[in-house]
Design a protein around this ligand. Structure first.
Ligand code: AMP
Length: 281
């Protein structure tokens, strides 16, 4: 495994792989890796000849009051983990390497599906993601790119601009990796106090409970309300609880497969999760 910190270095390293027609797989991350990230790398390893993982905390996807400065940066530990799952190249560029020192005048903005859910509380977030992922795609030029369903809306945004802009990349979604108690793994879980870590799995429990209620034909609006009530009762500040189609369109009733979405704060930590519920007619 090789660490590259410059665009030039990475491109030079990938040149021979490309010349030999090797299939290149790419896993973009912000580091502080956990099993969720490693699952993406394992998927990439299965499908591709060469696996590139980027570690870059992207400043432009963080809002002014978000955790950009305090976001955990653990390159040493991440390298050790990546070695165990067969990563070939880590690409860990500096902010200057990625953004240079001249103003950026180009934006990539996906409309409609970014208007709500996380887009509402985090204005500009998905533009920041779209810009950095496009830059990374242009640098790595992968055949396949792997993203987690944990960030379902992000995955939809990426699929959308890849399709809209004819990027020749296969985007692969990977299921959510969870702790034993159901909490979706996240680098931000490390911010949780011991007490809040005990409460956090409530999100997944309420989602699983909601799934049962939907399958027992309880009306969708009542199910969403009961998630909100349960989480608020447990001490969360609920940002949103929503149901969408798999393509993120609004749904009023449970008459197709849906995704249930939750974003909620416990203490100062904002957690997101989602659950796909299959409709059985
Ligand atoms: P991040 O480092 O948080 O930007 O995440 C990098 C990639 O890992 C994204 O595609 C995430 O969706 C994915 N990811 C993060 N947590 C999980 C998880 N618990 N299960 C599956 N994928 C995840």
């Amino acid at each position: 495994m090789k660490l590259e910190t410059t665009i030039q270095g990475l491109c030079a390293s990938l040149k021979s792989a490309r010349a030999e027609q090797k299939i290149i797989g790419f896993v973009p991350t912000m580091g502080n890796l956990h099993q969720g990230h490693l699952n993406l790398v394992r998927e990439a390893r299965k499908k591709c000849d060469v696996v590139v993982v980027s570690i870059f905390v992207n400043p432009i996807q963080f809002g002014p009051n978000e955790d950009y400065d305090s976001y955990p940066r653990t390159l040493e530990q991440d390298s050790q983990l990546l070695e165990t799952v067969g990563c070939d190249y880590i690409f860990a560029p500096s902010v200057e390497q990625m953004y240079g020192n001249k103003p950026r005048l180009t934006n990539i903005s996906v409309s409609n599906i970014t208007a709500d859910l996380c887009g509402l509380q985090r204005p500009g977030h998905f533009d920041g993601v779209a810009v950095v992922v496009t830059k990374l795609f242009n640098i790595v030029r992968p055949d396949y790119a792997f993203f987690g369903e944990k960030d379902y809306q992000q995955l939809a945004v990426i699929r959308q601009f890849v399709r809209d802009l004819n990027m020749p990349i296969d985007v692969v979604g990977v299921p959510i990796a969870r702790a034993e108690d159901g909490l979706a793994l996240s680098s931000r879980n490390g911010y949780l106090s011991e007490e809040n870590r005990q409460i956090a799995p409530m999100i997944y429990k309420t989602l699983k409970n909601a799934e049962q209620e939907l399958l027992q034909a309880k009306p969708l609006d009542e199910v969403l309300e009961s998630i909100k009530v349960a989480l608020t009762g447990a001490g969360f500040i609920v940002d949103y609880v929503e149901a969408r189609s798999l393509e993120l369109q609004k749904v009023e009733t449970f008459n197709q497969d849906v995704v249930l979405f939750v974003a909620a704060k416990i203490g100062a930590t904002r957690l997101i999760d989602n659950l796909q519920v299959k409709y059985i007619s």
